[in-house]
Design a binder for this molecule. Structure first.
Ligand code: FAD
Length: 387
């Protein structure tokens, strides 16, 4: 069977790329190991930043896929004492509320139900044939039979543990990585954020509460790498939230899910090898304190979609050859922001992290956002998303 582009993975990056390609008349197939219902349920990010909004506007999809404008404030709390940071700058450059789950669901509807896009769920044993001068192939198994897709390009949108990056021979990619030495417990709860999104630091560790729809929010709690979700029964979770926010009025409510994320930053470069291109978490990870992982994935697929269209429809391969070099400077800027934000949030509260000296440095960084218009501007630029 022949197609032009095979995309591995129907997460936010694979679905966005396929929607752009399908809309532009390029034949593509997504192969995904999970079923549709599983993908529809997965919930992580909450905001599409300004750059992503502009991208969807350019592709004529913003109003179909995204929600309304997001809060332009962040309540930074230190041991329960809050200061509200107002995001400054051009109000037209604004993110839009859209949980990852809502975006993925809207993309699935647009791609499969609206444009008859070809997404093959529940495939197993995906393998990549990516040799010099030979037409690439992706093989997979579905219901005990083997299938072969012959194509022009393969895109790996299969996350950090997928097959795409693993198919690249050793010595081609450089891995740059940093382990932060602690983890976050992420808990989706049946209570909205009342007031402003909260980023809290305390002597007991970092805590954040971010909106995830009109009735829900997600709490993030710093915890030890040696912990797991099973070490955090609901009572411990709520006691720790009350302690870290110094707020005894917070009630225990229903917890929908809990998962455990070791905090790390990773970049693989280059993001391409022969006919294979990597996008999203397959190419890089940022700690969730920055709220940039999904947004970086959207950036990649925007650049890649334009490159693929130039190559397939105009026989111009320049943008595709430059894909990695175009994406990496942007990725590194966001990595820098993610490290700044993660260090600032954790060291500002927890003296056991890097000692009391770094705790004071981190508090000075946080203070600076409220006293220096230049620092406030730069922080706002990252929070809104760089165009
Ligand atoms: P994924 O969404 O992981 O999709 C990969 C897909 O590939 C999956 O469907 C998987 O089933 C499939 N797959 C894997 N292996 C195979 C295989 N062998 N064969 C076929 N299919 C395969 N980002 C933000 O921007 N803002 C936030 O606030 C934010 N919060 C986060 C909170 C948490 C707790 C976490 C964990 C992440 C958060 N992120 C956030 C990051 C964001 O969720 C990811 O960066 C984003 O999901 C990356 O999208 P992706 O399409 O590259 O990968």
């Amino acid at each position: 069977e022949k197609t032009q582009v095979v995309i591995i993975g129907a997460g936010v990056s694979g679905l966005t790329l396929a929607t752009f390609l399908q809309k532009s008349g390029v034949a593509c197939v997504i192969v995904e190991r999970r079923n549709r219902a599983y993908i529809e349920m997965r919930q992580r990010a909450g905001v599409v930043e300004a750059r992503g909004v502009h991208m969807f506007e350019r592709w004529g999809l913003a109003d179909k896929l995204l929600g309304g404008p997001v809060a332009q404030t962040i309540d930074y709390r230190v041991n329960g004492v809050g200061r509200v940071f107002e995001i400054v700058g051009d109000d037209r450059i604004q993110g839009r509320f859209c949980t990852q789950q809502m975006l993925v669901n809207n993309l699935l509807k647009e791609l499969i139900d609206g444009m008859s896009g070809d997404v093959r769920f529940e495939v197993t044993d995906v393998q990549i044939k990516n040799e010099e001068g030979v037409q690439p192939e992706v093989t997979y198994r579905y219901a005990d039979s083997e299938h072969v897709l012959v194509c022009d390009y393969i895109v790996g949108c299969d996350g950090d543990r997928g097959v795409s990056r693993a198919s690249i021979p050793e010595g081609i990619l450089t891995k740059y990585s940093h382990e932060f030495g602690y983890a976050w417990l992420a808990a989706l709860v049946e209570a909205p954020v009342t007031g402003h999104p909260i980023m809290g630091v305390s002597d007991h560790g970092c805590v954040a509460q971010l909106p995830r729809g009109p009735h829900r929010s997600r709490y993030y709690l710093q915890c030890a790498l040696s912990d797991g979700a099973q070490d955090w029964p609901d009572d411990r979770l709520w006691n720790e939230i009350r302690l870290r926010l110094q707020d005894e009025t917070i009630q225990n409510v229903k917890v929908h899910d809990k998962f455990f994320v070791p905090l790390r930053s990773v970049v693989y470069a280059p993001m391409q090898y022969r006919h294979l291109y990597l996008a999203g978490d397959a190419a890089h990870l940022v700690p969730p304190a920055s709220a940039k992982g999904m947004n970086l994935a959207l950036f990649d697929v925007d650049i890649l979609a334009q490159g693929l269209l130039q190559a397939l429809q105009h026989n111009d391969h320049t943008a595709l050859l430059n894909y990695s070099d175009t994406c990496l400077p942007h990725i590194w800027k966001y990595q820098e922001f993610a490290v700044w934000m993660t260090d600032m949030m954790h060291d500002a509260g927890d003296p056991t992290q890097h000692g009391t000296f770094y705790q004071m440095i981190a508090r000075a960084r946080l203070d600076n956002l409220f006293s220096s218009p230049i620092a406030a501007h730069q922080h706002s630029e990252y929070q809104r998303g760089m165009l």
